[in-house]
Ligand binder design. Structure first.
Ligand SMILES: Nc1ncnc2c1ncn2[C@@H]1O[C@H](COP(=O)(O)OP(=O)(O)OP(=O)(O)O)[C@@H](O)[C@H]1O
Ligand SMILES: CC(C)(CO)[C@@H](O)C(=O)NCCC(=O)O
Ligand SMILES: [K+]
Length: 259
């Protein structure tokens, strides 16, 4: 079985796959201090609790936080006796090489989203991922990542507002009934929610105008459905896009004899 690990700046998702079949998926917060042994204790507790029989023999990792990769590598080799594939490292092959400026790095989550979205929807895409950052990844007709846009994440924006202004509380994002708020929380929620609807709409429309070919917009990330209520911002919402990309990239490496 394959263990897929998707580490974002806020959360890390572990997902176990038996071929094309998902066995279990769990989420934990991303912490750079966590050791290989701590990952194992956490994972086996959940496996035992849910009575999941998992015979993990392969591991693939995408991490936007470079510092956690070392401990995840130790975790894979110590407990599953395998050398993990790490997306973005030269030893992990990609179905399509990104076309970006020489010497630049592309976030591994964006490479993974690109591979997943191309597999499911074909080319000429914008992938919008609502994570710690809101990213827009442009996928060309041939499946290559050809650039995109990075905006502050929804929760990141709300948190920044709270940290920067003494009188502004911590609030959760929601879709407000009205635009004109009549209390502090409602004003903040309105600013972030409607501001984001505008941000996504304007960014996608400008990407489409610049790209010149018809494009499909695919959204992923826990907050995507919130922004799609009645606003028709996306053509598709795909909850497990990033994990699917890890399965696709792992499969590609196997086909190339690289595991
Ligand atoms: N309706 C909602 N209202 C508020 N928060 C939500 C809602 N739905 C999901 N969330 C939260 O939004 C966050 C977005 O999840 P997602 O996996 O897309 O990004 P993340 O894991 O936080 O970011 P990263 O991948 O950069 O670590 C999660 O923390 C999730 O708990
Ligand atoms: C933009 C984030 C933080 C989104 O998770 C991640 O993809 C990242 O750290 N990227 C590196 C820079 C880039 O993708 O161009
Ligand atoms: K994510």
């Amino acid at each position: 079985m394959l263990l897929c690990i998707d580490t974002g700046n806020t959360n890390t998702v572990f997902s176990i796959w038996d071929g094309e079949k998902s066995i279990a998926t769990w989420r934990t917060s991303t912490e750079t201090q966590r050791t290989a042994d701590q990952y194992y204790v956490w994972l086996t507790t959940l496996l035992n609790f849910q009575k999941v029989e998992a015979d993990i023999t392969e591991v693939i990792i995408s991490s936007t936080v470079p510092r956690v990769v070392f401990n995840l590598r130790v975790f894979a080799s110590r407990y599953f006796n395998c050398r993990p594939l790490v997306v973005g490292k030269p030893e992990c092959l990609l179905p399509h090489a990104p076309r970006v400026d020489v010497g630049t790095t592309v976030g591994p989550d964006r490479l993974v989203n690109t591979a997943a979205a191309f597999d499911r929807y074909g080319g000429d895409l914008v992938v919008v991922d609502f994570g710690t950052a809101t990213t827009f990844d442009v996928v060309a007709q041939d499946g290559a990542y050809v650039g995109g846009v990075i905006s502050p994440g929804v929760n990141t924006s709300l948190e920044a507002l709270h940290l920067a202004a003494a009188a502004l509380p911590h609030v959760d994002v929601t879709m407000p009934e009205k635009v004109i708020g009549t209390n502090t929380v409602a004003c903040m929620q309105s600013g972030v929610f409607w501001g984001y609807v505008g941000l996504v709409r304007e960014t996608c429309s400008r990407i489409k105008a610049e790209y010149t070919r018809p494009m499909t917009i695919v959204a992923t990330g826990g907050l995507a459905p919130l922004f799609n209520q009645g606003h028709k911002l996306f053509d598709y919402f795909d909850e497990d896009l990033t994990i699917h990309g890890l399965v696709v990239i792992h499969q590609y490496n196997k086909e190339q004899g690289n595991t």
